[in-house]
Design a protein around this ligand. Structure first.
Ligand SMILES: *Cc1c(COP(=O)(O)O)cnc(C)c1O
Length: 242
């Protein structure tokens, strides 16, 4: 068995155990394998081990990898990073989902650029559940109006919410952040929006997220290994593009 296949099995076992302790059906939680910085060959290895959904953070890298792996049409690409408005097209054309959306302008561009031959792009709004401790995502008090505006766009489907809490070893604090996202999703349901997705939990905190209702966990390091630092990655990308 390849190391990636073994890691995938270990992560699936963690998800199953966390679901069981929370009294939840393990099948109600989807694993998104975060392949950012890793080559297409690692995505293929995971795909051959039965993993279909992959998350990418950088639009250029997503475009390159999707092209390289076009012979695997079953791969489902999710964009999970902060998206700049000049990079929306590659996401609109290649992804099934986008999770990092925190501004209406970005959502409008994705809707306008979504190709007619593809189903609507599925969206999770990123919410800043950490207040001052974080900068990314829509502020909590603006999440409901943004959700209504995004849900009204023709080529998008609002599926739910996503968060990345500030890094902390304080599990009780993490659980409060994740619980806040769950409560906000309940608020959207009460307001008549058909949301069903909570995208939360990563390699180090997926148990806390599942305990609070995560339906998608986004896991990179525990599957593919530790990433090189961003500085090294930028250097490598610079060399490749020359
Ligand atoms: C990198 C990343 C992940 C995966 O993080 P790991 O700690 O490697 O599991 C999940 N979500 C987002 C938004 C990320 O940028």
């Amino acid at each position: 068995m390849s190391p990636i296949a073994a890691n995938l099995n270990a992560v699936r076992a963690r998800i199953a155990a966390a679901a069981q302790s929370a009294g939840r059906d393990p099948h109600s939680i989807r694993l998104l394998a975060v392949s950012k910085t890793w080559p297409a060959s690692d995505v293929s290895a995971a795909f051959e081990a039965g993993q279909y959904a992959f998350g990418e953070n950088y639009a250029d890298e997503l475009g390159a990898k999707a092209a390289e792996l076009a012979h695997f049409p079953l791969i489902e690409w999710h964009f999970i990073g902060a998206l700049q408005s000049n990079k929306t097209r590659v996401v609109a054309e290649n992804c099934a989902w986008a999770h990092g959306i925190g501004r209406l302008k970005i959502a409008e561009r994705l809707s306008a650029q979504r190709p007619e031959n593809l189903p609507p792009l599925q969206i999770c709004l990123q919410v800043n559940v950490s207040g001052e401790a974080s900068k990314s995502g829509v502020p909590i008090e603006e999440a409901v109006p943004l959700a209504h505006a995004v849900a009204a766009l023709p080529r998008l489907v609002l599926r739910g919410l996503m968060c990345i809490p500030e890094p902390t070893g304080d599990v009780a604090l993490l659980r409060r952040r994740f619980a806040l996202l769950r409560e906000l999703n309940e608020q959207l349901k009460s307001a008549g929006l058909a949301v069903d997705t909570l995208s939360m939990g990563m390699s180090h905190d997926l148990e806390a997220a599942i305990a609070e209702g995560a339906t998608i966990v986004r896991v990179g390091t525990a599957i593919f290994g530790s990433r090189p630092s961003r500085a090294q990655t930028d250097h490598t990308e610079g060399v490749v593009s020359q």
